[in-house]
Write a protein that binds this ligand. Structure first.
Ligand code: HEC
Ligand code: HEC
Length: 165
């Protein structure tokens, strides 16, 4: 019995050793891969160097509503949001975009989805999950993209368009 227990242990130890070896090799390979995948956003500079900051890019504030890249995209903010308070107590965005205020502000109303809770219940006011607008809606800055992008619009993927004929 004793011998059997011993043999069992050594086998287990061997399995553990092989697993540890595989894990080490795997992590090293992953680290190398991620070094290649992760784009060097900070450039060639050493992270601890003291570098002069680039000038802050200009926001795109031309008031022209941008086309959405896909139907479910939260539209980009085409105006300045500088100094707009967005906190638990105050939501400057809603003072223009809420249904009740859109006639005076001329702003597009937050869509019906913004009034629906995650349980699918329709509320009279904005749903808590849609309160912090800038979690989803972002302004754009006039800068060159940091990384390449091969995004293809879904309407260019060879599907027939409704209403084309
Ligand atoms: C003073 C009124 C006002 C305030 C405050 C305001 N907006 Fe707007 N917003 C507008 C108007 C008007 C438009 C229509 C485009 C334009 O004129 O810039 C617009 C457009 C947008 C759009 C584009 C909608 C579309 O369909 O393309 C988004 C997104 C948006 N605003 C989000 C926000 C967010 C987020 C905030 C708060 C940080 C905010 N807005 C604060 C008036 C306002
Ligand atoms: C959880 C993400 C999320 C949050 C938070 C959010 N939105 Fe949206 N918003 C979207 C998405 C996605 C769309 C487009 C699809 C839709 O209408 O649901 C959208 C659409 C819009 C539109 C265009 C409506 C239309 O019919 O053209 C406006 C304006 C807008 N949001 C404003 C706001 C404002 C103001 C807030 C803050 C009170 C806000 N959103 C919070 C995701 C979000």
């Amino acid at each position: 019995m004793r011998g059997q227990g011993h043999a069992c242990l050594t086998r287990r130890a061997r399995v553990a050793l092989v697993a540890a070896g595989l894990f080490a090799v795997g992590t090293a390979a992953l680290a190398q891969m991620s070094a290649e995948i992760v784009p060097p956003l900070t450039g060639a500079a050493q992270p601890m160097d003291e570098l002069p900051a680039d000038p802050t890019p200009k926001w795109t504030v031309d008031d022209i509503r941008k086309m959405r890249a896909y139907p479910d995209q939260p539209p980009l903010i085409p105006h300045s949001i500088e100094g707009y308070q967005l906190s638990v107590n105050t939501n400057r965005c809603l003072s223009c975009h809420k249904r009740e205020f859109t006639q005076g502000s001329g702003a597009p109303m937050i869509s019906v989805t913004h009034y629906i809770t995650r349980e699918g219940q329709m509320l009279a006011d904005v749903s808590p999950r849609r309160y912090f607008c800038t979690a989803c809606h972002v302004p754009q800055a006039d800068t060159a993209p940091l990384v390449g992008n091969t995004f293809t619009d879904m309407s260019k993927l060879g599907v027939g368009h409704a209403g084309d004929e």
